[in-house]
Design a binder for this molecule. Sequence first.
Ligand SMILES: [Fe+2]
Length: 393
Amino acid sequence: MNKLKCINSLTWGITFLCLLPLSVFAKITHGPYLQAVGENEVTIVWTTDNPCVSWVEVAPAGDESFYAKERPSFYQTRDGNRVTGKLHKVRVTGLTKGTEYRYRIFSKEVLRYRGQHDVLYGKVFSSDVYNRAPLRFTTIDDKKESLSFVVVNDIHGRIDDLKALCKPVRYGETDLMIFNGDMVSFMIDETDFFAGFMDEAVKMFAGEVPVFYARGNHETRGAFNMSFSDYFPSATGKLYYSFRQGPVHFIVLDSGEDKPDSDIEYSGLAQFDAYRSEQCEWLKQDMQSESFRTALYRVVVVHIPPFGDWHGQIDVREKFLPILHQAGITVMLCGHLHQYIYTEPDNRTHDYPIVVNAHNTSLEIHADANGMNVKHQDTSGKELHSYTYRKKD
Ligand SMILES: [Fe+2]
């Protein structure tokens, strides 16, 4: 090769490298995980390191190859457009209740987007359905005869405790998982909660076992808290919501912050008193629902307990308890105090027990027509306390 040819080859090589899209490095960075699982829908969430348009393919449960036929695709859309970005939350609808499905996620990198007809796409990548079994989920079902779920709270980014406490969580055995607040200490950016607990939850179960989240006061801290519901969407779009799975009607409340709204710590940005009042109105309506009225058990999940002398605790006590008292609540599950407290029913203020789970223990709960059993366990799986509630009339 003479010198001229060599220079030409080098020039072409450099040009070729420059033309190569950066998309070869695009990848899924977090997830996928399930959110807002309903009787007829589910939302699947994941992130990518570069902007993408994303979709989910859904197949029935069973042994048929995922490649047997073209599967229906679901896109994230807004105002008639397929959404592009790095956060992907695809709502899959039209499902049948109490039914298992398999799914596969796709992202196609958007290298350039200057208008509807000027889009340059990069690489398409997907979850693996060839070397491993496709991910699964099961829609919820109010007629399901039994229900098993696990509650953890106040993990504050302690991955080892999360791993130990979630060891028993398995698809097919655990219907759902509840994170009852303070899973991290701050919400500065998405790295806080992915590194703090969610990546590990995805590794263990969250791609197949749905997580229902009750926000804690620490999840309100940091500018990224405003994005919380983007990453953990509920069926109602609010951070307080209810859902029914089998014999249990769940009411998830957001207790907000623990100090008065005017505290210096909140820099003039807190308005949780009004927010808790707003939830009272919703709560009264929810308790009129058929789901609430026909459930064998009614479980209230709220991070801050209604006892203690900090403002958040007082406001939860004064606002929520009068509505819930003598309304057929089975148990209230709380966290926040980093210690286990079991409070017996009190006929004046709360005619149901209030359980405060510790930061390093879990509640493993099974409910069926015979009763609702709650096991309080430590990180080794040792049972510390167990009790069974019977159906209230
Ligand atoms: Fe807390």
